[in-house]
Ligand binder design. Sequence first.
Ligand code: GH3
Ligand code: MG
Ligand code: MG
Length: 351
Amino acid sequence: MATEEQPKPLILIVDDHPDNIEVLKVRLEALGYRTITASDGETALKLVAKQPPDLILLDVMMPRMDGNEVARRIKGDGSLPYIPIIMQTALDTTQSKVTGLDSGADDYITKPINYPELQARMTAALRMKRVQDELAAKNAELAGVNNELAGKNEQLAEMAVTDALTGVFNRRHLDETLDYMFEHSTRLYEPLTLLMFDIDHFKRVNDTHGHQAGDVVLEQFAQLLKHVARDIDRIGRYGGEEFMVLLPGTVADAGVTFANRARQEVEAHRFEYGDGSLECTISVGVAGWPNPRIHTRQLLVKAADDALYVAKSTGRNRVVRYGDDEFNANVKEVDDQHASGAVVGGAARSR
Ligand code: GH3
Ligand code: MG
Ligand code: MG
């Protein structure tokens, strides 16, 4: 019921007899309701679309479009809020009530109208409307919270697989991806090539230009790799200044081509940072499956790593492929240096 604080409920009166409308209008306004009126179904639907009322008093017997049809259309319109409909009819028969309730009416009142009864039914219907509106508001709020949570979850999932500095995959996710790709390749007998990249003399970059410049190089290098890679390739930061790239469906020869393209791009790039710029080079080890000596993903990683080691020991800014002549000619020497504890090119490799 209307109170001072809440706006007075707006009631739409629909009846094809002007006299009936007039009587209801006067009565309802005296009870503190606001009213709008329509003398046919189509006008009623237009009014509802323009300004949904809080309740509709709907005459059943009207020419052209009867009350049941009006109720059906309003209740079937998903864009409308819940609007209680009280049918007013002279037909006090069970069948007409069933038809009306089927079409979506919430309640009934028979003509001639008993006003205390109408008021009681309207109060109950308006109470139901308040409950429904509150529910709708709560649902909308929950939907908003759910959306926000879904967004947060997506963000968290992304963070869990990403290296914070460079935006490429982190080591853990690289390992998982390699696990999956190696399994897939060996099962379907599809080639897979793994590249291990290491920035040359990166310690000097830090020492000469500062750690922040070093960070910039790492970020830009990751972008260069992304630029060279295809969508299905996977790039990740394996550790400090080492990056791994997985090329599914790619034989080692094509992997060497990829590595050289990346190597040339890095060589030609000026890495700009806060106060200046610098140049640097990279070394790359390439290993591909199938290969008679590689039957686990760990061996694939080790093969690329050994090839990288040869690339470092034979001068840096180079690409070396596991198992080719150059690798075989140099790997023995490298192994010997390993065994004697000698370091290659002044940089002890951490693994
Ligand atoms: P090599 O050519 O033999 O690879 O020499 P290197 O100096 O690149 O290799 P080394 O492994 O001796 O040094 C790697 C350096 O990378 C040491 C470390 O401080 C630096 N580094 C590792 N992670 C980061 C990082 O996140 N940011 C920066 N700025 N430097 C890093
Ligand atoms: Mg390095
Ligand atoms: Mg290193």
